[in-house]
Write a protein that binds this ligand. Sequence first.
Ligand code: HEC
Length: 456
Amino acid sequence: MKLPRRDFLLLASAALLQAEDRPKRDMLVRSARPEDLEMPLAGFADYITPIEHFFVRTHVYAPTVNLSDWRLKVEGEVGTPLTLTMNDLKALRPVELVGVVECAGNGRSFYEPSVAGLQWGNGAVGNGRWRGVRLADVLKRAGIKESANEILFEGADVPIGTMPDFQRSIPVKKALDPNTLLAYEMNGETLPAQHGFPLRVVAPGWASDSWIKWLTSIRVLDKEHDGFWMKTAYRHPGKPVAPMAAIPPEQMQPVTSLRIKSVIASPADGSQVMAGSPLAIRGVAWSGDSGPVTAVEVSVDGGRTWKPAALRADQKTQFGWRQFEFNWTPPQPAYYTILARARDTAGNTQPLDQEWNPAGYGWNVVPRVIVDVVRELSTASSAAPDRANPAPPASLQTACNVCHGDDVIRQQRMNRAQWDRELGKMTGWGAKINASDRDSILDYLFSNFGPRPRGR
Ligand code: HEC
């Protein structure tokens, strides 16, 4: 949705208030505004992720939608364009499914060299119970034409500054899949504002960039949509490429299906455990279009030998994740490297090494947790001190903190050329940088938030 520019500052200050509305609990705040919240590892202990632990990814400030004014338009290559109310939708047959929704950039912080974007760890993912209607039922009602090629979704959210409007499309085949839903409920509750109230797309097996929130319009297109978020963002080479390689745009393809993946939720990396005491290694695994997870194997010797973990028998859904457990009694004191590798019905497994790509999408490398097996647990705390950085130049505060805080800046680890590109991107979106300040801003960003030292 577009908004006149003069309303933008008003909206930015409203968003500041709104960000305080919902409790953040122990979420990891990647960006306070627009709000990007990551689920901590403890969240993987739940089969259905509670709403207060569900990750939040917003490109812009979450809009406040008033249900009495809200309508869903269905237009484009259809026989009968529709304007539907929530009551119209609820009159259709309800469908419910359990499904994982994962940000395409989940795990981006693990890529080396580092790439621009929110530096997610493992928790930009959740397993929800979604209830709504089939998108296919709505499209059938509108009479989708033979010429239909893609379905374009648009929400009530408005772009910040001059950034392109967040619109995404999916192919007709995915739209007509009986599992693709328009959901008005999540985990038995009305969809919360952060998760797209009153209606969001549920595209099971696909990354969350296709799960458009605050849905207001469905447009049936006879050709591919060519907006920024389809043609420039959310694209990857479809194969591993040499780190920092520049890929010609025509060799990039849109992000669609999730990849098979597992996460070790406990024990925590670097923790101490007792020799001779039973230890439960727990985690979850999920996959995308290639079918549900059928097995998880665990290694406690850095990948030399693998043994099957137990999968929960009552979690056999097509799109939900599966929790696993492997019981092991560490024999004697040493460092042990624990790995977990999932397999799906199509026989896919996870890679052992990163498959680098320019935007850091689809991280699914076999997770690796190192434990220190000891005879006696030590009580010394090893909390690392916070990184202290010199205060940013005033010119950066003025130029950057209009739209977001410096949290999104401080988590990046980029080289000078990457920072230079990032400044170009932000200027394109409306950041005002005085020509005389640009070099000092770039110096500050690169010297404080440059690439990580090797080995860390
Ligand atoms: C006109 C508004 C605006 C201004 C001013 C602005 N940004 Fe941003 N920036 C954004 C938005 C919106 C996002 C989040 C985009 C998303 O989530 O997809 C963002 C995200 C980022 C990110 C995360 C990586 C990415 O590209 O998503 C970095 C780093 C960043 N900005 C740096 C800066 C710096 C440095 C400045 C000051 C020179 C700045 N921004 C000024 C709008 C702005």
